[in-house]
Design a protein around this ligand. Structure first.
Ligand code: PAJ
Length: 290
């Protein structure tokens, strides 16, 4: 039997999750929100959207799983925050029906040897600076889709490239799940909410909104070539003493490749280190006339 918290069922094994969610489909849509846990208001916005999409009779499933295969060997898997008691409360308040919270061995049993590699959209940006990251993301997300069998899955635009990679995977592999994107939720000063913000020192936290300010400046400036927008963002971020730019790139928002004459919308994406903490953000900009 699943454990119950308020009205939220907590399931720890893939078999039980598949059995439970398979049964729930008769009631209405099953809507999945995959997360690493350490939930914040950004995740809550996704869960509330999922609640609406599931309607009254459907079911919202949140997965909470710190997925080791998407972390590089020198990354923060071990220190990634794990706050299950608090997460469970937030899920209950957001009207979530089921939490799938497996152990690592449940998802990656002894001898696990099959991975999903998207080979195009995942190449630039985070794909370049975090080799293997999207392979881990695609593999775990496809596994979650296969276990839960959702009709719809909700992802945030904060991880713009992740959303694009998952959309591509779903299209290419005929995965019968509708993907819904949600706008980024921010602090009052513009910093995108992230579980990693908790690692910032007071001084780093004070400087972190520079990502948003630099991207807004690039979005709102008069016509500039993509390379000029990139330079502008790098220069602005460089003004923050503690910021170390990992990448800034201006790409075609649909293909995530270099802009061409056919590009209608640009995405300016950046990743910036504050100490060991890596923050990402992005903004879109229509291609304007000269
Ligand atoms: P995680 O970082 O926990 O994010 C879970 C979902 O919340 C993602 O779709 C992400 O884009 C969204 N999200 C995070 N911060 C947000 C914000 N400030 N506003 C709106 N949405 C936000 O992304 C992952 O986990 C993992 O890679 C996962 C997809 C679960 C696979 O392991």
């Amino acid at each position: 039997m699943p454990l119950c918290c308020g009205l939220v069922k907590i399931v720890r094994t893939a078999d039980r999750a598949a059995q439970l969610c398979g049964g729930l489909r008769a009631n209405g849509p099953v809507v999945l929100v995959p997360t690493l846990g350490a939930l914040h208001a950004g995740h809550v916005a996704l869960m509330l959207r999922a609640r609406k999409l599931a309607r009254k009779d459907g079911n919202v499933v949140v997965s909470i799983f710190v997925n080791p295969t998407q972390f590089g060997p020198k990354e923060d898997f071990a220190r990634y925050p794990r706050t299950f008691a608090r997460d469970r409360k937030l899920c209950a308040e957001a009207g979530v029906d089921v939490i799938f919270h497996p152990e690592v061995e449940e998802i990656y049993p002894e001898g696990f040897s099959t991975y999903v590699d998207e080979e195009r959209v995942s190449l630039p940006l985070c794909g370049k600076s975090r080799p293997g990251h999207f392979r881990g993301v695609c593999t775990v997300v496809l596994k979650l889709f296969n276990i839960i069998g959702p009709d719809v899955a909700v992802f945030g635009e904060k991880d713009f490239q992740q959303l694009a990679v998952i959309r591509r995977m779903v299209r290419d592999l005929n995965v019968p799940v509708k993907i819904v994107g949600m706008p980024t939720v921010r602090e009052g000063d513009g910093l995108a909410l992230s579980s990693r913000n908790a690692f910032l020192s007071a001084e780093e936290r004070a400087q972190a909104p520079v990502l948003r300010h630099a991207l807004l400046m690039a979005r709102d400036t008069l016509y500039k070539k993509p390379a000029e927008l990139t330079r502008m963002v790098k220069r602005e971020i460089g003004r923050a003493r503690l910021a170390r730019v990992d990448y800034v790139e201006t790409l075609d928002a649909e293909t995530l490749e270099g802009p061409t004459a056919r590009t209608r919308e640009l995405v300016i994406a950046c990743a910036v280190f504050f100490g060991r903490t890596r923050l990402i953000d992005n903004i879109r900009r229509k291609v304007s006339e000269k």
